[in-house]
Design a protein around this ligand. Structure first.
Ligand code: TXA
Ligand code: MG
Length: 355
């Protein structure tokens, strides 16, 4: 057991100073970003990075994202950047875009990259995160600050639930903005491959690339690990792990909003016969239509941003309420809706009904 220090948002200066000192000495500290809370350690320090994997219970073949305070620092850890990559950095950094780039040899611990010759890098759009990186003076390797298999944390409280006693501290910066992780991309042969959809949408990427690059989405394949290796599609190694799964079984209901409600009502009625405690995740407009042990609202159906912001909290709430079956409404797959549906599908383990 390690004593986990909690630095409240109101004590920002002390928190930053103490957290930075802990990181510089090889500690592991959770901090807010605009997407989700990250669990940081000095990316150059192998024993510090090892503590991240141990605290999370994360498989060591799943590489970490390195966080920098400034885009200009990218060359400290990256060997080369091509034209499309520079365009994306200029357009989206600071922000929820992670680029997979050739690693500069020896610049980060091999544990960070899981032995690959590439490193995932981003500059978070969160003052506290960037001030922390500046103050500790090291690039911070940071995966989401949850125990492996739990939803990513969007509040400091979530971090404490999962990691109290396992890490050196948590800097509270209030609720995170986007609520889902960054978009992970890799540029290869003039194409932008989206390895993980996230806070930056494919529409935004397309617009920024201004017709210079083709966008290839290589996620959401039902069985992406079964794709033939000669197909040469780069993957985010993390996508092969079961993530975000709530304790209860989950069914995702997709289709037009006008048709969803009847199908969800039917599934809830069936679930009542077979399950102890049933929850429904739905838009506010539909909440009054449903009969369940817990009716949990994403926010308006017109705002997939609100649903993205609240999803992980709602999944945690299902576990707290000891829910053993969840019926979840899906959203249209445009904008942030693509990332939202990717996480909902993972949580549902592929259990999906389209109406
Ligand atoms: O928003 C986020 O990205 C958050 C915050 C804390 O920044 N971080 C996050 O980290 O979600 P993590 O470790 O949970 O997810 C990192 C993803 C994984 O899917 C991993 O496989 C992929 O990035 N990744 C890391 N390095 C890679 C590499 N060299 N090549 C391909 N994928 C990589
Ligand atoms: Mg994660």
């Amino acid at each position: 057991m390690t004593e986990t220090k909690y630095w409240p948002a109101a004590e920002r200066c002390t928190g930053l100073k103490e957290a930075a000192a802990a990181l510089a000495e090889g500690g592991v500290v959770a901090f807010p970003t605009e997407t989700v809370y990250g669990l940081g350690a000095d990316a150059r320090n192998t024993s510090a990075v090892r503590r991240i994997f141990i605290a999370k219970g994360r498989p060591s073949d799943n590489p970490l994202i390195v966080h920098l305070a400034h885009a200009e620092h990218v060359h400290r850890i990256v060997g080369s950047v091509n034209e499309i990559e520079s365009i994306l950095m200029a357009a989206f950094w600071p922000g929820p875009l992670t680029l997979v780039l050739p690693v500069r040899e020896g610049a980060v611990s091999p544990l960070v990259t899981a032995g690959l010759d590439t490193v995932a890098v981003r500059v978070p759009a969160h003052d506290l995160a960037r001030e922390l990186i500046d103050a500790c003076g090291c690039p911070l390797a940071a995966p989401s600050a949850n125990r492996s298999g739990r939803p990513s944390p969007t509040l400091a409280d979530h971090v404490m639930e999962d990691l109290n006693g396992r890490i050196d501290g948590v800097l509270d910066g209030g609720p995170t903005g986007v609520g889902l992780e960054s978009t992970v991309v890799r540029v290869m042969e003039g194409r932008i491959h989206i390895l993980r959809p996230g806070g930056v949408t494919s529409e935004q990427l397309r617009e920024a690339a201004g017709g210079t690059a083709e966008i290839v989405i290589t996620v959401n394949l039902p069985n992406s690990d079964a794709v033939a290796p000669e197909q040469e599609t780069p993957r985010a190694p993390g996508m092969k792990y079961a993530h975000y799964a709530p304790k209860g079984d989950m069914l995702l209901v997709t289709g037009d909003f006008s048709g969803i409600a009847a199908a969800v009502q039917g599934k809830l009625a069936e679930a009542k016969q077979r399950h102890r405690r049933v929850a429904v995740l739905c838009c506010t407009e539909h909440a009054a239509l449903y009969d369940a042990d817990a009716v949990l609202e994403y926010g308006s159906r017109h705002s997939p941003e609100d649903a993205a912001h609240s999803l992980y909290s709602l999944l945690r709430e299902c576990d707290e309420l000891d829910i053993d079956y969840i019926v979840a409404e899906g959203y249209p797959e445009t904008g942030i809706g693509t990332a939202l549906m990717n996480r909902l599908r993972k949580a549902a383990g592929g259990n999906e009904l389209t109406v």
